[in-house]
Write a protein that binds this ligand. Structure first.
Ligand code: PXP
Length: 250
């Protein structure tokens, strides 16, 4: 039987556009509420150490206004731990973080950083926060997550999406990993770099219960909404001219 595949929408890149001008528009909260009304199952946001997209206030607003869960992506650091606990999020996804990377470059190395990650997970779980860990599709990493008793893992799909030559191999690795997680009673999520064509394949893996997608959806929505937005602007301009109001230049 097919199980439901939930969709989480990552709104980081709405904040990236907002931050390019340092103002308030476009508001990631508004994007999150649209995603919610479109049937998204959760909203994902990555609070980075350098706050390059989502900010602390965004997290507070999202927690306050959303009816669907907020999945807070964060590095396993004490600063982020405090924020997660104080902001009363219910879900956290631990991700690696390098300052100079453009986006998350790979999964968290749980094997290498087990002690530190285990301490952070324990503290989050003490506050009833459901913990997921973003890892590469690798059985050894999943085994380490089983030992740490995480609620779920999120498999990094970046290699699968970007690697044109070994797509089949990457797919089977993700499939094998998802089956292994499910067998060990861990929920299996997946995300990173997913586009329409990638999703067609990944959605066939029955053991995956959630996909988290950001960049492509935010990018694609520009094309879906650009014409409508220009027409609205032209309409406002023409109506205003007709009423003989002067347009002030920005
Ligand atoms: N899942 C995780 C853990 C991520 O770090 C990201 C990127 O922030 C995503 C999903 C979404 O990836 P993309 O923006 O490429 O769809």
């Amino acid at each position: 039987m097919n199980s439901k595949l939930r969709l989480g929408i990552n709104i980081d890149h709405v904040a990236t556009i907002r931050n390019a001008r340092g103002g308030l528009h476009p508001d990631p909260l508004k994007a999150a509420l649209i995603a919610q009304s479109a049937g998204a199952d959760n909203i994902t946001a990555h609070l980075r150490e350098d706050r390059r997209h989502i900010s602390d206030i965004d997290i507070k607003n999202l927690v306050k206004k959303l009816k669907i869960p907020l999945n807070l992506e964060m590095a396993p650091t004490n600063e982020m731990l405090k924020i997660a606990i104080n902001s009363k999020v219910k879900r956290v996804c631990l991700v690696p973080e390098k300052r100079k990377e453009i986006t998350t470059e790979g999964g968290l190395d749980v094997l290498k950083n087990k002690k530190k990650i285990s301490t952070i997970i324990g503290k989050l779980q003490n506050h009833n926060i459901r913990v997921s860990v973003f890892i590469d599709p690798c059985i050894k990493q999943i085994s380490a997550c089983v030992e740490l008793k995480v609620f779920s893992i999120e498999l990094h799909t970046g290699e699968f999406c970007d690697n044109k030559k070994n797509k089949k191999k990457e797919f089977f690795q993700i499939q094998k990993s998802a089956k292994f997680a499910k067998k060990n009673n861990i929920e299996c999520h997946a995300g990173h770099g997913l586009k329409y064509n990638d999703v067609k394949e990944i959605a066939k893996i029955n053991e995956i219960s959630e996909l988290n997608i950001g960049h492509f959806i935010i990018g694609e929505s520009i094309f879906m909404g650009l014409k409508k937005t220009i027409l609205k602007m032209k309409n406002i301009i023409n109506n205003s001219r007709k009423k003989k109001f002067l347009l002030r230049s920005a």
